[in-house]
Design a protein around this ligand. Structure first.
Ligand code: FAD
Length: 282
């Protein structure tokens, strides 16, 4: 199938894009890498009047070091993230996740802003943002605002973005000394969306875990913090087998959502298997 007719605009600035998105006489949608939007339009699940192509907006590009972390422009392609020395140094969790995001052709076009805005519950980057305690910078008709990752993902493909708001950038904090990261997912084929996955950031002080943020993805209707598992490992040495077993056991009551590849029970089981694997490698 082909997309229904639509008008097309290619603004040069965020302000122009927001103005177009805010028009109340048309149903407008932003286009970034198009890796999800175009199929959805071709299937006619989405029939916007106006496509606002963000690809000429240089303000949305680039990865820069800030005093506290990394600011990653919304238009940053997955392939750029994968090749970035700044990401490897200051956001190693994202570097660990990138080889699992889709396939090379999709990584050449798909963007971090598109992935976070789409909020696919099985996507890797939203889970990394949550595990890192990142921030989403957005722009709308009323100016710019920041939304903590903890407050951003509201449900299945649902986020805290207001209808005409755009993601401008994602910000993640730099690792504290002693921080460790782990990432693991299970897919039927490499590059597919995950049936179950975990992204983890832990702080270690004096040989024990002093803080942990673990995000599960592919498990529920959104990426979710696994707070019981975080509590189960805090105060224990990384790799402590009993703490790992307790963390895995805490997932037995997790509220999971089944899909074509795995029932809710299977998801809980897979999450437990992954938990032991990531913790044993910390
Ligand atoms: P688009 O498709 O352009 O947009 C997606 C949605 O986000 C649209 O609703 C659009 O309006 C909105 N949007 C885009 N940018 C912004 C912005 N700056 N502000 C506000 N809204 C915005 N992803 C994974 O994470 N893991 C995978 O394993 C994976 N496998 C894939 C396999 C295939 C075959 C395909 C086609 C895609 C796969 N993807 C996967 C998705 C891909 O990684 C893209 O990241 C994702 O499609 C969205 O990014 P995009 O830039 O293409 O966004």
């Amino acid at each position: 199938m082909k997309a229904a007719d639509f008008a097309y605009a290619r603004p040069d600035t965020i302000a122009q894009a927001v103005a177009l998105m805010s028009r109340d006489d048309v149903d407008a949608v932003a286009l970034a890498g198009g890796q999800s939007l175009m199929p959805v339009m071709n299937f006619r699940f989405n029939e916007p009047d106006l496509v606002v192509d963000l690809n000429a907006i240089t303000e949305l590009c680039g990865i820069e070091e800030t005093p506290g972390g990394l600011r990653i422009g919304a238009l940053t392609r997955h392939a750029e993230l994968m090749a970035s020395a700044l990401v490897a140094e200051h956001a190693p969790l994202i570097a660990l996740a990138m080889p699992h995001v889709a396939h090379p052709a999709i990584r050449n076009r798909g963007t971090i802003g598109g992935s976070v805005a789409l909020a696919d519950p099985a996507a890797e980057l939203p889970a990394c943002l949550l595990a890192l305690g990142g921030t989403v910078h957005v722009a709308g008709a009323n100016g710019q605002r920041q939304i903590a990752a903890d407050d951003f993902f509201l449900g299945l493909y649902d986020t805290a973005l207001e209808p005409a708001e755009l993601i401008v950038a994602l910000e993640v904090p730099k690792p504290v000394p002693g921080a460790r990261f782990a990432f693991h997912e299970l897919t039927r084929r490499h590059g597919d969306y995950a049936m179950a996955g975990l992204a983890m950031a832990v702080e270690v002080e004096g040989g024990v875990i002093s803080g942990a943020r673990i995000a599960g993805f592919g498990l529920a209707d959104r990426p979710v913090r696994l707070e019981q598992a975080e509590a189960a490992i805090t105060g224990f040495a990384p790799g402590d087998a009993q703490a790992a077993a307790n963390a895995a056991a805490s997932l037995e009551t997790l509220d999971t959502h089944g899909e074509l590849n795995a029932s809710p029970q299977m998801k809980r089981h897979l999450a437990g298997v992954l938990m032991k694997r990531v913790l044993s490698g910390l």
